[in-house]
Design a binder for this molecule. Sequence first.
Ligand code: PLP
Length: 429
Amino acid sequence: MTVEKSKELYERACSVMPGGVNSPVRSGKAVGSIPVFVSSASGAYIWDEDGNRYVDYVCSWGPLILGHAHPAVVSAIKDVAERGTSYGIPTKLEVDMAEQVVKMVPSVEMVRFVNSGTEATMSALRLARAVTGRKKIVKFGGCYHGHSDCLLVSSGSGVVTLGIPGSPGVPEEIVTHTVSLPYNNLSAVEKVFDEMGKEIAAVIVEPVAGNMGVVPPEKGFLEGLRNLCDRWSALLIFDEVITGFRLSPGGAQRYYNVMPDITCLGKIIGGGLPVGAYGGRSEIMREVAPSGKVYQAGTLSGNPLAMAAGLATLKILETPGFYEDLEKKSAYLEKGLREAVSDAGVEMVLQRVGSMGCGFFRSGAVKNFEDAIKSDTNAYALFWRGMLENGIYLAPSQFEAFFVSSAHSYEDLDRTIDAARKVLKNMRG
Ligand code: PLP
């Protein structure tokens, strides 16, 4: 396999973009590789600039639950593009899309569209602080909620992948109101509420953590957060930027049947275009400007291309049996990988919820960030490079998820399992 064109592009990229990329984890640094530069994609596949084809499990970091360039999504985008790409004036599409989200996500009665997951969580926090009149935010180590200042504390995703402790440029004063606690540790949350419950505006959580690898909530964790928030009149924010529309048509809140006060959405909701959203009960959402005083705005928010791509995607997700099929495929992949791991005799723990999963190179279940960072990242790097050589594109970091889409065929899954079997055996030597 040659990647000469990717190498050339990477060199050019590095002289004009920091690290040669527009988002840190794409760089390949953590797996000792250069990034491959993609030229096109279709269904479950991506092709790089050198013409190599890969089965893709990054799926644009989650949005592409239907795979790449799904015909219905492409057609919706084309149709809108011919009538103008942005107006900054309301459209019917925004209303249709908002109604669709309200219909699908159980706790959402009203929604505001933004342009990214970062904007969604940042705006949700402002709203929660305004509504409660309190300052403190509780988050969990290894959860990533985007790159806004007050949430870049003990963060997952690229922050942990590249070993950055928070970020320079974030003043201490800004993060003094952010309390970071271990994921899945309800007694730690209880203790903090006992100490400062009346100052806590909100608890923000990834209902399934997907940015320290994949870590499911332990039984009772989400319910416990709900109860504590109720007891102390704090708001519960579910960051469903990954899990929204991935785990069920109603996201993790429907999957686990725990309802947050505010939900943050992103990724799938844009069908591969830049969209985020936050929503919740009407009485809370009405506080957002212009009906309320909490200011938040966006030149391109509710952009017609993004609304069209999102709406086309969400409509397909309502097809009966969609999530059952996806679960079957994901379980098939997990089973095959488990067998490959056990046959090769390597230490790898597979964790999966629905169509998101990951393999930690360590023994024993991963329940929180402390556990996750004890994984052997060198082994993951070796595994990643081997899989790439065999035409399988995984996230270039131990601390990210793989995503199965409806476009992945059983043949693709078999190819992936075979590749894993081969690579893991070689790693064992
Ligand atoms: N929240 C979660 C759970 C995420 O996984 C991400 C991004 O990966 C974000 C928020 C930030 O979203 P964006 O990258 O669209 O700003």
